[in-house]
Design a protein around this ligand. Structure first.
Ligand code: HEM
Length: 216
């Protein structure tokens, strides 16, 4: 018999949504353990990974522009000549740190508790226009591209590691893939709310109205 999943609740209850997604993807505590095993292999490379990600984002004007827009807050404490955003400027250093912290957290988290789910969700939300003053409003296409690129970088780290056996490598590979699809869902759920809210011809249902304030 098919397991019942409440169509409204997956839009209202983050834990319920995650549980459904986990069952669908077969994401279990074994996958979390695999991510934790991967963490010490990735850690020494995190500065390089963060740098590579920002080099990618700065290699296209369409992605670079988001960082130019967010430059104002930094100008006050930077020498005049540093006010333009370059990859080695102080604000980019801070952004690389934020990405490094994110990577460390997603790999080391042992208990995927509600606080952690809200963290994953919050990362998604700030990139949309749904997060108030924290909103960055990045077009979802670039999120999708970067998720793919970041996953590729991590798989590359895994493939070039010779200190773990093939079975563990396979387990880590599967876990990393699931992690990215879960994070992708935690981005898209906010983007879909955004799309629905901006579609004028369609009446917003009660569920969607509530959803907007239920997800962090
Ligand atoms: C793989 C997808 C992505 C992940 C995991 C990610 C992760 C993050 C994280 C962890 C932060 C810091 C949030 C905070 O604590 O305040 C952040 C901020 C930011 N992200 Fe992303 N991001 C992604 C994609 C993108 C893309 C594609 C762009 C632009 C093209 C972008 C632009 C920004 C900007 C402008 C900020 C704000 C930085 C600031 O305050 O100056 N992100 N992102």
């Amino acid at each position: 018999m098919a397991e019942h999943i409440d169509a409204n609740r997956i839009h209202l209850d983050l834990r319920y949504r995650f549980d459904y997604l986990s069952k669908f993807l077969n994401f279990t505590s074994d996958d979390i353990a695999m991510l934790n095993t991967f963490a010490p292999l990735v850690f020494p490379l995190i500065p390089v990974l963060a740098d590579t990600v920002y080099r990618k984002l700065f290699s296209f004007d369409i992605t670079k522009q988001y960082f130019l827009k967010r430059n104002e807050g930094f100008e006050g404490f930077l020498p005049k000549k540093q006010c333009g955003v370059t990859l080695d400027s102080a604000q980019m250093e801070l952004r690389r740190d934020m990405l490094s912290m994110y990577l460390k957290r997603i790999l080391t988290q042992r208990d995927w508790n509600d606080t952690f789910l809200q963290y994953l969700s919050q990362i998604g939300k700030i990139h949309t226009d749904q997060a108030g003053s924290a909103s960055i409003n990045v077009d979802y296409m670039h999120i999708n591209a970067l998720l793919g690129y970041l996953e590729h970088l991590l798989i590359d780290v895994l493939c070039t590691t010779d200190t773990i056996d093939e079975k563990t490598k396979r387990g880590i590979l599967m876990a990393v893939n699931k992690l990215f699809w879960i994070q992708n869902d935690f981005f898209t759920m906010h983007y879909l709310i955004s799309v629905k809210a901006s579609t004028p011809s369609r009446k917003t249902s009660e569920t969607e109205k509530t959803t907007k304030c239920c997800w962090i």
